[in-house]
Ligand binder design. Structure first.
Ligand code: GLN
Length: 542
């Protein structure tokens, strides 16, 4: 089968939901039995988002093969079944880095290195490489048309249409149609300008997806088609919806996938979107409301916890429950008894995080959850802190800590473990923060007769990691004796992966990030169980 490419650019303003649109379109095409993948091109200079603060750029999404990627890849995986890999996201920084390495090696044989063709060639090669294993490759270009940074990417996607033949390439432009409430009109001019900008770099969009508050009329559709030089059928309206899961259906109803399949001349079955209908019906059936608190340090930007927030919502869907998620800055937690902020919660979740700030507030919250039997889910840092809290307050070893927060602490129950693989150690020595983490999917073996086993219903699972520190097995004895159960260990190296408490209705901590494996259609056993426990807690105690 031929390889087909769909390029998605954005115009007028940023944050129009290109990632969700790409994911939704990918899902419909996948349901048309086309092997579909999505790639995100990021115009910034960082080699990957691993070193960018989560409050600036949102969460870092980790793929099975251990790549630290843009959060849009999380949207893709929540919409399509095909998994993301390290090939599905790259930045300008990583492209320059490759070109400069080759230049230093002398690979260019004396040529002058330029954006065109050297930078654009690397961009094209990476897209083509990914497309080999797929029928359709959707490429989302980060940023907005008109940005200086994205120009090499736009030039590269312009060239691809010549390299592979335009009939195998479609350009979709996602724009905004602002609504002026005083005159009650939708304005098309910014879209016209944005298309003009694209045209000036040699790209004529084939399809326009228009975000708008209100439905666009036939007249407006006609006008946009005429002024932007696209067919009327190729003007798709994307109105604001109460649920993102309705987008695949909305796009299908307007014939977007039909238009694409006809353009590529593909004879494929019609997409069966009943799995999305089911998600929407789960959403509609949710009547009960519970409150879950995420207690962390990056709370000023909800995107910093994007996958966690989504996974909690998926847990809600599977339990037919609406969830109010409270993002709570752990600095505000200063007492574990009579805590007004924590008192109103039906479940407490401490997500991943790095560094010292706000740690004590998280430990107080864990103590509150443990003593008051509130369901608790600790993710990565949230698990490490649960062990520290238990060792300090139940076992009575007050000096228990992580060497991340206190490098010379007396009782380093969380620490950098010496027997780690050589590569990680070498990178530490070089003071190189990239490459010092346990990243990606690892197999974990679950203890039978544990709460964790009840959740997963399986002895062997695979989940994704992103952390430097590990539980110090050599100091765990006393803590285990007093009721903290290690319910999962890594298949290799015997590292602690999951803990739970024996005398608590639902208290689980995991060293990995289960949120990266949760999707609206499938949910995730830990989040499903956590929300179920929170529902029971609410019924019994409030
Ligand atoms: N800071 C901790 C570590 O590096 C936890 C990381 C995380 O929560 N992702 O091990």
């Amino acid at each position: 089968m031929n390889k087909y490419y769909i390029f998605i650019t954005g115009g007028v303003v940023s944050s129009l939901g290109k990632g969700i649109t790409a994911g939704s379109l990918g899902s419909i095409l996948e349901e048309r039995k086309l092997k579909t993948t999505i790639i995100k091109l990021d115009p910034y200079i960082n080699v990957d988002p691993g070193t960018i603060s989560p409050v600036q750029h949102g969460e870092v999404f980790v793929t099975n093969d251990g790549a630290e990627t843009d959060l849009d890849l999380g949207h893709y995986e929540r919409f399509i079944k095909n998994k993301m890999t390290s090939l599905n996201n790259f930045t300008t920084g990583s492209v320059y880095s490759e070109v400069l390495k080759k230049e230093r090696r002398g690979d260019y044989l004396g040529a002058t290195i330029q954006i065109i063709p050297h930078i654009t060639d690397v961009i094209k090669n990476r897209i083509i490489k990914l497309s080999r294993k797929n029928d359709i490759t959707i490429v989302e270009i980060g940023g907005t048309v008109g940005d200086i940074e994205s120009l090499p990417f736009l030039e590269a996607i312009r060239q691809i249409a010549i390299d592979v033949n335009k009939k195998n390439v479609l350009y979709i432009h996602l724009t905004l149609l602002p609504y002026i409430s005083t005159t009650k009109e939708i304005k098309t001019k910014p879209t016209q300008h944005s298309v003009k900008e694209l045209l000036s770099i040699g790209i004529q969009p084939d399809i326009l997806i228009c975000r708008s508050e209100k439905k666009i009329s036939e007249n407006e559709r006609k006008k946009i088609a005429l002024f932007c030089n696209v067919k009327k059928k190729a003007v798709i309206s994307l109105i604001d919806l109460d649920s993102i899961y309705k987008i695949p259906k909305l796009l299908q109803l307007q014939g977007l996938d039909d238009y694409i399949c006809k353009y590529f001349n593909l004879k494929v079955p019609i997409a069966d979107l009943s799995s999305w209908d089911k998600v929407i019906s789960e959403e509609n059936q949710s009547s009960e409301i519970i409150k879950i608190g995420i207690i962390g340090k990056y709370t000023e930007l909800p995107d910093a916890y994007k996958s966690v927030i989504e996974a909690i919502k998926h847990g809600g869907l599977k339990n037919k429950t609406k969830i109010i998620i409270k993002l709570i800055n752990s600095k505000k937690i200063i007492h574990y008894k009579y805590n007004k902020i924590l008192k109103e919660l039906d479940g407490i979740l401490i997500p991943g995080g790095f560094g010292n700030r706000g740690i004590e507030g998280m430990i107080l919250s864990i103590r509150y959850a443990r003593e008051n039997k509130i369901p608790y889910l600790g993710i990565c840092l949230g698990m490490q802190l649960a062990i520290i809290e238990y060792t300090r307050n139940v076992v009575g070893i007050k000096s228990a800590n992580s060497t991340e927060f206190q490098p010379n602490c007396k009782y380093p129950i969380i620490a950098l473990i010496k027997k780690w693989d050589k590569k990680r150690k070498k990178n530490y020595k070089k003071n190189n923060l990239g490459g010092t983490m346990r990243l990606g999917a690892h197999v974990c073996i679950i203890k039978k007769n544990s709460l964790t086993y009840k959740m997963y219903k399986s002895k062997k699972i695979s989940e994704r990691h992103r952390h430097r520190y590990e539980v110090n097995n050599s100091l765990l004895n006393k803590t285990e004796k007093l009721g903290l159960i290690v319910s999962g260990r890594s298949k290799y190296k015997n590292l602690v992966e999951i803990i739970e408490l024996f005398n608590h209705p639902w208290f689980i901590g995991c060293q990995f990030h289960p949120e990266f494996n949760s999707s609206p259609r499938k949910g995730h056993p830990l989040f499903e169980g956590f929300i179920k426990a929170a529902k029971i807690y609410k019924k019994n105690f409030s």
